[in-house]
Structure formats: C-alpha cells, structure tokens
Design a binder for this molecule. Sequence first.
Ligand code: 3HC
Length: 570
Amino acid sequence: MVVNITRDGDIAVVTVDNPPVNALGQALRQGLWDAVATLDAAADVRAVVLICAGRTFIAGADVTEFGKPPVPPHLPDLVDRIEGAAKPWVAAIHGSALGGGLEVAMGCRFRVALETAALGLPEVGLGIVPGASGTVRTPRLVGAAAAVELVTTGRPVKAERARAMGLVDAVVTGDLRTAAVAFARTALEAPLPLPVSARPVTAPDAAWWEDQHAAIAARAKGELAPLRALDCLRVAAERPFAEALAHERATFLALRGSDQAAALRHIFFAERAAPRPSHVTAAPRPLRSAAVIGGGVRGAGLASALRSAGLSVVLVADDDAAVLRGPQTGGPSTKAMAERIGDADLVIVAAEGALAMPAVLGRLGGMCRADAVLAVPTGAGDPHRTAEPVPTPARVLGLNLFGPTAGVALLEIVPTAATAPETLATGFALARALGRILVQTGLGGGSIGHRLLRRTRAAAEDLIRQGLAPATVDAAMRAYGFALGPFEAWDGGDPVNVAAMPGQGTPGRADLSDADIAARLTAAMAEEGRALLDEGVALRSSDIDLVAVHGHGYPRWRGGPMFEAGRQVP
Ligand code: 3HC
C-alpha cells in the first residue's frame, strides 16, 4: 500500500510509502485522494499528519509519467482537495519536499520540517514550471520576491531558511512523527489560519517585474522555463487565484511537451543512470584516506572535495611531487614522499603532463600501499601503457577530471585491461562520495572528454581557416547556450594565434550565420560521439551527452550532441 492510515488518539497519521523517493505517481495520487474522503468521514479525527516513509518526503511528480497523457486524479485537484479537507492537514517533512511534494505540503494547513530537511520547486531544471499551484500558492505564503527566487532558480532552501521565509511553520528535531502530532494538537487550540489559496498577496509594481525579467533573461540564455515561471508568478500576484491556477496549468502542460523539457529529462535520467552501471557488481574497497598528487588549483579543489566527503587527505603540491620524476638534489626525498602517501587507500594523480608519465607512475606505485587504488589521468596517453610499470596493475584506474579550474564537475573513469572489478567499483564509489557526475569509458581506452574536445577543436579551427574570426565562433557558441566559446574555453581568454594555424585561408571568405556555426560544431561532436560508440570507448550515448554538458559547457537544456542529433528528422 502506498498510503497507510494509522491513529495517534484523535490525530490521524497518513504515511506515504512509495520508494525510492515517494514520487507522486497515479497510485499515490489516488491513495491520497481516497485518504481525504476516509478521514473527512471519520468523526473522531480532529487533524491529519501527512508523513513519508523512507529517505524523503514526496520528492515531486513522477518524472517517468511526463512523456504520457496525464491520468486522474490530477495533482492540482489533489492539492485543492487536501486544502479543502474538513480536518486540517499538517505536512511533516524530512529529506526533500520538492516540486509536487512541496505543492502538496502547501495544500496542507500547516508545514512542520525536520531541521535537516530541504524544500524547493526545482521544476525549471526539468524545463517546466510548477504545475500544481506552486507559482500561485508560493507567493501567497512567502511573498512575491521570495517566490520569484524559489521558482525561477529552482534551488531548494534548508528548513531554517524556509521557516524564516514563511514556507514552513515550525522546524523540529528528534522524532518527526511525534513532533508533528504534538504540533497538530497545539495548533487545534487556536483558530486555524486561512488556507493558503485564500491568503492575499501584495503585487509588486510593473518596474519591479521588468527588473526581474531582465535579470532572469540574462541568466537563462535561451532557456525558456525560468521566464515562463516569472510570467506565472506575475499573473499569480495580479490576478485572482483560479485564473492564475489555470494560467499556470496551461503553461505547465505546454512546456511539458517541449523539446527543452525532453532534453532536460534526458539529462536528469542520464545523470542518475551513470553512477550505477549494471555491470559493476563488485564491492568497492574501503575509502577512508586519499592522497592527491599535484594538479595545482584543481588538485587542491579535489582534495577539499574529498575532505568534505569525510576522507582524510594528503595533498602533495606539484613541486614536492617532482621527486617522482627521478633522483633529485634538494627538495623532499623519495622516503619522505613514501611516508606521506604510504597509508592512503586511494592515490589520485591530479597532475597532467610529465607527472603522469608511466615511469613516474611506476615509482609512485612502489611508494604507496600495495593494495592502494591508483587513479591516473589518461590525458598523457593510453592508460594501458601508463599502468604497465605499476606493480599490481589490477589496482590502476584511469581517471579524468573535468570542470572549472578550481572544481571538478565530472569524473571520467577509464579502466585498463588489467583493472580489477573492485578497483572499478572503488572508482564509482569515489564519484558517489564526491557527489560528482561520472561516466565510464569502455575497455577500448581513450577518453570521451578528450576525444570530443579534439574533434570540436578541429572543427572550430576549420572555420577559422575558412576565414571566420575566433571571436565570431565563440560568440556563436555562446549564443547557442555554451558557457564559453571554444577558443575562450581552450585558451583561457588569450588571443588565439590564428596565423600559426596550418593551412590558414583567406580571411572573410566564410559567410556563416551563428546558427550555421553552432550546427557545424555540434554535428562534429555528434559524429565523434558515434565513432566513440562504434569503437566501444563510450558505453552509452547518454554518457557522451553528460560529458558534453558537464565537461564542455554544452547547454543542458539542449540535451547534449547525441540527444540533439537523435531528434533531428533524417
Ligand atoms: N520521479 C521519478 N523518479 C524519480 C524522481 C521523480 N521526481 N526523483 C528521483 N527519482 C528516482 C531516480 O531516477 C532514481 O531512480 P533509480 O534508483 O532507478 O536510478 C531514484 O529515484 C533515486 O534518485 P537519486 O539518485 O536522485 O536519489 P538521491 O537520494 O540522491 O536524491 C532527490 C533524492 C533529492 C529527491 C533527487 O532524486 C531529486 O532531486 N529528484 C528530483 C526532484 C524533482 O525534480 N522534483 C520535481 C519533479 S517535477 C514536479 O513535481 C512537477 C509538479 O510541479 C507538477
């Protein structure tokens, strides 16, 4: 049963149990719909606590239903029904109350949250707007400004901030069910507050909305949902409740069927599929300590992320790591290095270039514990060869880090032919501990990230040879939604030495629109993606899209090169 009703004296407790995240699929909507009728009819029930089993409160509508026609009871009707129940409902929130989950909670007369809980309306991240009164009830509860922040950014807030905003009535600790039942009893002693739909909202003036519009348009760069969400919020502040609700629903349904929403759903599921491939069944090795070798700012960023994940971490700066290149005079000795890293469960070489060469790794392998997992970058070459000189190559794994200089947004795991199953499983455990996006390449060797980059670079340089300026190509790709143009991304903003490019052609010859330029470069990425799949380097086409989005700034709302190529009519 996805909905169970129990009693605590005159308070009924409705428990939702729909693993993994209590998403509001049809069975759950029906279960809650029926629970309202059952409890309205129970004469001795004075109030109802709505609580969830498992790791979280209701985490939203069931995203897997989005490609299909909506089946009743519809979520907006369910929220109205809970709000209109004869007995006041109290939402008891732990984990995350997201999207439709928060909308159900706003249909309740009260909201109580554990201090560790988070609440939010992440719909814009899925290319839609809240579709069950989120844009209409939220401003009535927290005011227009806070509602704009919550709905247009999609970022959840922690319980205490939610209380300060007015989104929840109380933050509690200890046993949530006990606290919520006690809250309900106390609340019954005073007159009930108005249902959220009946509360007034102060409408900001037109200039305020225009400012919001300009700020969000600048951020959204072609992404539709944030501006449509703002539009819904404005209607909600300026028009009657029912009219705003109808406007929100129409916007929600239109966006749900849009290309952008399909692209964002594709990335949502790709991100969740990547860290748990079915072929990785071995148990990972324990991960308590790590040593990060070099890597400058990025190495330091990785070390700090590992610390936040609870590991004890030694960071060896590039200068100190130089000892790995061979006998040196001055500087720390091999013995001192071995003492620093000799205990780590995991040694990650974050430095690229000379420090990632086979001989260096052979020396490193001799310094760390015989069973330590050794993660090496593959940028310097074939990880199979790189691993050869390492004693027990079964514990070596290729690991590429992508993302902004100071952070790691994406990990790419490259097993070698010798990598043991538990070494691979440890790589996956590492990515999960870091909360980073992860993809695995096949045993064919090579890196999805590097191959995509090389191919895009070649295609971009081709355009320069045809006479386009690097700045033109960069601007076209930014207009397409990329975080940075290709030349900005590769050269950190330094001017590109066009004259030095082989085969530099006649400037001014090419006459390509921004859209043509973007089409050329994204098609080149997709072509390389197909080659990666054919060669077995990439295991899934969605992994290529993840690398493009998280490693190379491909606009998330376009779904990545493979997704876009797949949608084009042949
Ligand atoms: N619908 C269907 N499945 C969902 C889901 C959802 N809303 N949210 C998560 N799942 C699934 C995941 O696909 C995954 O499935 P798998 O185990 O088969 O791979 C499983 O639940 C666990 O998800 P995570 O790995 O993400 O679990 P975490 O514990 O790391 O995170 C979470 C939990 C914070 C709830 C996270 O899953 C999350 O952010 N989910 C999305 C929430 C969301 O976007 N909600 C809004 C939906 S749109 C909406 O509500 C529209 C409404 O306004 C009408």
